[in-house]
Design a protein around this ligand. Structure first.
Ligand SMILES: Nc1ncnc2c1ncn2[C@@H]1O[C@H](COP(=O)(O)OP(=O)(O)OP(=O)(O)O)[C@@H](O)[C@H]1O
Ligand SMILES: Nc1ncnc2c1ncn2[C@@H]1O[C@H](COP(=O)(O)OP(=O)(O)OP(=O)(O)O)[C@@H](O)[C@H]1O
Ligand SMILES: [Mg+2]
Ligand SMILES: [Mg+2]
Lengths: 163, 155, 155, 163
């Protein structure tokens, strides 16, 4: 399995107009100047999959993730992560879409293939594809050293979780 | 439970050492149980010995050496229990050009079995990618567009 | 005491804004007293507004934008009360090539009045230096040797 | 004023043999591969001037700063910072040498122009040239963001100290 594309609307520096970011198999490099919005792509993925705290997404709380310009905030931030399945998830569908919408009041709605799910249901579902909160597959900017800075006990717990 | 843990631990340790030796030729790295007799009573130490040097207190090794150690651990975990995608944001920030190149080659190989989405400010890592995504900001709004990777011919 | 503080604060603030505008053209940055009526009852906030964008919660700005903000503050402090030397270790780690170039030019100018010792892994910043010091490790022992800066002619 | 050169013996990756690192006025770039010993130069300066904790120098305690190879530790770590004065320090000498030696038992000896001084005396002396512990002129690796991460009160205190 892999992420085929993202659909983003009103999330951080991605404006109100819906945009698609094609990803796909293999090795994809994301490039561009400082402040362009590259790290915001990783934030969008982590946001939609429910695998990072607001703080890790550089937001005081979820409503800070909503696009804002000239003092005007959009009504919501919305992200879809489109997976190609190929057996990554224990469901028959070839395409699995995980999405999340957060409104200005901070309320969040998670969906799997359009169906609303609770956050706990989503995290159980994603763990079947090896996707976890504080997993080792998402390394945010400045974060790589965390693996070395872990305490020995945290490191053992990481191995236990993987075992 | 202990049996499952030890099996995972030994396999990941083996991969970790192998990968670090490739990223840092002549260097050695391995994990160590604090309590070999009672693994769950202690944690796991990381021991990293760069080439020509003896084992150092982990904090004392350089920024680039730490990055190589951390990447080796991530790739070792991938060997044992792969994730379907990896997202790396500026992991090459503290790598010299030669190490960035070695990491680029390794990601390229491993991208045959997992998706790697890698944010980078430097050409070295980007030159190994199959696909380039350009991002820019205009009037405070981010735009995304596909780019041609001029450093290789497509296969 | 309040008078001395306010005088320093206003001058540093002015420099800070000026330098940030140079490092990030079109961008604005300034400091703000939390308690304008009672400065010692509160702290000082940093407000950074990159070009085309409105003021953001400081944490939300990008890694490169944060580096430019931090460097602007250091240079503003230098204008008010210079230190005899500055040591910068890999401050260009999260800067794109264009920003690294602007920072290199600025350090070069400021090095007329203070010594700047800058560790870098990238050619951009090193290309502005008057002098290059090469460091390498053999058998675990560091060796240092002078290098010629081939990107400029000596004056 | 400026740092004209460093003399280093047994400090971190700098072996037992005394070496000199010429610095001098203007803009000096320090380059070389990962693990070469570049950051250890900044550590040597901070160590000699007494302006960083062991932790900031990536050492568990001062004796970890002593060069060690094949299990054998040198007897001491020694660093001299040679300043050209030009009025930076309120003393008549043209050359000011600040040095520090730390022995395996962790005992430290500070000197100014060969004369032993207490750590407090050295920090008072250096503050006259604008050199302070936690000053803003020494930015160690990974540390640049600290200026933004400061709390508002810490930032005000930084300005107060400079005023
Ligand atoms: N809610 C929001 N509304 C509008 N813009 C936002 C919002 N949150 C963050 N931003 C903007 O997003 C930009 C940061 O984007 P991002 O961190 O993705 O940049 P980057 O491309 O990773 O840059 P760098 O190379 O410096 O790390 C900042 O300029 C910030 O002002
Ligand atoms: N007491 C010591 N004895 C011997 N070697 C030491 C000692 N303390 C640290 N080192 C070695 O110094 C090296 C780190 O040097 P340093 O941090 O200066 O590298 P660097 O050139 O800055 O590299 P990078 O570009 O990766 O940041 C490490 O390999 C470490 O093992
Ligand atoms: Mg970024
Ligand atoms: Mg370093």
């Amino acid at each position: 399995g892999y992420i085929e594309k993202l659909v983003i609307e009103g999330f951080k520096s991605y404006g109100r107009q819906r945009i698609e970011i094609p990803l796909g198999e293999g090795f994809i490099a994301v490039v561009g100047p400082n402040g362009a919005g590259k790290s915001n792509i990783g934030d969008a993925i982590s946001f939609a999959l429910g695998i990072a705290t607001s703080k890790a997404l550089r937001a005081k709380n979820l409503s800070y993730l909503i696009f804002s310009k000239d003092g005007e905030k959009a009504d919501y931030a919305y992200v879809e992560v489109h997976f190609k399945n190929f057996g990554a998830f224990p469901v028959p569908e070839e395409d699995v879409i995980v999405s999340r919408k957060v409104y200005r009041d901070g309320r969040s709605v998670f969906r799997i293939n359009g169906q609303v799910v609770k956050e706990k249901e989503l995290s159980d579902f994603l763990s079947k594809a090896g996707i976890y909160e504080n997993g080792y597959n998402v390394v945010l900017q400045g974060d790589i050293i965390r693996f070395l800075k872990m305490t020995p006990v945290e490191r053992r717990k990481l191995i236990e979780e993987v075992a | 439970k202990l049996k499952a843990f030890l099996k995972a631990y030994e396999q990941i340790n083996k991969s970790f050492s192998k990968i670090f030796a490739r990223l840092s030729p002549g260097g050695k790295a391995f994990m160590q149980l604090e309590r070999e007799d009672e693994p769950f009573e202690g944690g796991i130490n990381l021991v990293v010995k760069p080439r020509g040097k003896e084992v150092q207190y982990l904090e004392a090794i350089s920024g680039g050496e730490k990055t190589l150690g951390a990447l080796s651990l991530i790739f070792a975990l991938q060997d044992y229990k792969p994730s379907i995608f990896y997202y790396f944001d500026e992991v090459d920030a503290h790598l010299d050009e030669a190490n960035a190149r070695t990491v680029g080659e390794l990601i390229k190989e491993r991208s045959q079995t997992a998706q790697f989405i890698v944010v980078t400010l430097r050409e070295v890592l980007a030159s190994f990618a199959d696909k380039l995504i350009g991002v820019s900001s205009r009037g405070g709004i981010s735009k995304v567009f596909p780019l041609k990777n001029l450093t290789h011919s497509p296969y």
